[in-house]
Design a protein around this ligand. Structure first.
Ligand SMILES: Nc1ncnc2c1ncn2[C@@H]1O[C@H](COP(=O)(O)OP(=O)(O)OP(=O)(O)O)[C@@H](O)[C@H]1O
Length: 242
């Protein structure tokens, strides 16, 4: 499987937001889209998701042109977007209405997997930000997506919760080899998680670099090697490190 973007551009009201993006993502890769605000990261992710089809160029997943929302793609947003009138269990299984009992049973296993055992009957207003995002992750996993698109999934969380959920993503990847495309502002997050980091820059946003992170996972967040990558990325983004 591969996700292939060719000459992808998107214009809003005559203003080009992203321009001529070419990118190939292999099955099982974790790829970060990193860049300063407004360079078109979310725009690209929405085009890949099928939520936005007003782009030019082509986006092909598993040899099929993406023409709409695709059931092998799961989406995790910055905000958990839970249904407030449903409890944790019902939020997680919402997309499985009418599915066979064994599928629902299987889905319920994700409650434990994401660390929500004992919280099944709580409502979204009773959850911390981290717990709510765990529900969103479980909800995305129940349909067994081959690809997860993540749009700044942890940027609203405290540093400690963020690290726990980053490790949860890595456990998901280890177990299911899910392909992940992660939009983030957080260079440390990208360095901890990603096989490749795509640097976008400018308005319209264009790909200015594609950096392979050669370290094995799990990675040491404090390693000299990651610090060196960070220095290089900051230089590419023309941001001072100091
Ligand atoms: N629906 C829209 N209508 C008009 N302009 C839009 C729309 N969505 C995005 N844009 C414009 O496209 C450009 C890219 O936006 P986008 O949200 O993709 O950037 P981003 O890199 O994800 O930014 P951030 O990191 O701040 O979330 C911006 O100039 C934005 O104003």
């Amino acid at each position: 499987m591969a996700l292939v973007l060719e000459q992808v551009s998107r214009t809003f009201n005559q203003v080009k937001a992203v321009s001529d993006v070419n990118l190939t993502i292999q099955a099982g890769e974790i790829v970060g889209l990193l860049g300063t605000s407004g360079c078109g990261k979310s725009t690209l992710l929405r085009a890949i998701s099928g939520l936005d089809q007003h782009y030019t160029g082509s986006i092909v997943l598993n040899d099929h042109v993406i023409t709409g929302i695709h059931d092998t793609i799961g989406f995790i947003f910055q905000e958990p977007r839970l249904l407030p009138w449903l409890d944790v269990k019902a939020n997680i299984t919402f997309g499985l209405k009418g599915a066979p009992a064994d599928e629902i049973e299987r889905a319920l296993r994700f409650i434990d997997y994401v660390g929500l055992t004992g919280k099944e009957a709580l409502y979204p207003r009773q959850l911390s930000g981290g717990m709510a995002q765990r529900v969103a992750i479980a909800r995305a996993l129940v349909t067994s997506p081959e690809t997860l698109l993540l749009d700044e999934p942890f940027s609203a969380l405290d540093a400690f919760t963020k690290m726990q959920l980053q490790d949860l993503l890595l456990r998901i990847w280890q177990k299911y080899q899910t392909t992940m495309v992660l939009v983030t502002h957080d260079i440390d997050e990208a360095l901890y998680l990603c096989d490749r980091i795509i640097i976008l820059k400018g308005q319209p946003g264009t790909v200015v670099d594609d950096i392979k992170i050669k370290q094995q996972r799990p990675r040491d967040r404090g390693s000299v090697e990651l610090a060196q990558y960070k220095t290089d990325i900051l230089a590419k983004l023309e941001i001072n490190n100091g």
